[in-house]
Ligand binder design. Structure first.
Ligand code: 6PG
Length: 252
């Protein structure tokens, strides 16, 4: 019945075109609803996939209405090579033509880097300022969250079998034992991800083939963070993949 939507493209160009159209339509419906477009993005290959020529130059993209948050971030300075902010800046933000109105970007607070709990609390407070007081809304509702999928099935900094998957109070949580370096990070929690109006994953390449098969197999993929997003968000999840990643996926 209410299943995630899975698109598979032969080439990245076609994927990027479809992603652009998708993001534009979600921007437009968000602006129609509340005059701002609240989006969270991950690191990995996602910023580059998102930053197509079409997106960067389209007159229909209203950058000044975008509020961009990070689905997860590493506890490093904003100009560090591991920073997701630095990645987004070099892949996308710096490429938005300077004569266009610029988006609002909400990075972590560099003053809290040595304490990930404070770093997470501080980022949660930033979300509270943009979304609403935490006691008036249980969870923030992002218009769109754009995520990658790790070969182990992780997404954001939510890793398989990690206790953080059970967090159900915080909006943003610290992790100091990330199986993938760097060890110290902060991440949106699973309930925040599944509460978003729409979640989109981008997963390409042969390296994703095995995990994609597991994620879309209810018996083997159960418990993988990406599968938990699928079951939590159902038809509010859309996957943008290439044929290499979806080879062998049984989708019914
Ligand atoms: C991290 C990475 C990671 C990444 C996925 C997908 O924080 O460890 O950013 O979460 O998004 O592994 O990566 P690709 O999109 O590059 O395949």
């Amino acid at each position: 019945s209410k299943q995630p939507i899975l698109y598979s493209f032969p080439e990245n160009d076609a994927l990027q075109d479809a992603l652009f159209t998708f993001v534009l339509s979600h921007q437009n419906s968000a602006l129609h609803r509340h005059h701002v477009f609240r989006i969270a993005v991950s690191g990995g290959s996602l910023p580059k996939m998102l930053a197509s020529e079409k997106l960067l130059t389209s007159p229909e993209i209203q950058w000044d209405k975008w509020q961009i948050f990070f689905a997860d971030e590493r506890a490093v300075p904003l100009d560090h090579e591991d920073s997701n902010y630095a990645l987004l800046k070099s892949e996308l933000l710096d490429k938005i033509p300077a004569d266009k109105p610029q988006p609002t970007v909400v990075p972590i607070d560099e003053k809290q880097l040595n304490n990930t709990q404070e770093l997470a609390d501080n980022y949660e407070q930033a979300l509270v300022r943009y979304f609403a007081a935490k006691d008036s809304v249980k969870l923030p509702i992002f218009d769109l969250i754009l995520l990658g999928c790790g070969p182990d099935g992780h997404t954001c900094s939510l890793f398989p079998e990690h206790e953080l998957l059970r967090e159900n109070i915080a909006w943003v949580a610290p992790i100091d034992d990330s199986p993938k370096p760097p060890k110290s990070r902060i991440t949106l929690t699973l309930p925040v991800v599944t509460h978003a109006l729409t979640v989109a994953f981008v997963a390409t390449g042969e390296g994703k083939k095995e995990v994609m098969r597991k994620i879309f197999d209810s018996e083997n993929g159960e418990g993988l963070p990406c599968a938990l997003v699928n079951s939590g968000s159902r038809d509010r999840v859309v996957w943008f993949c290439d044929n290499k990643a979806t080879e062998g996926v049984l989708y019914q």
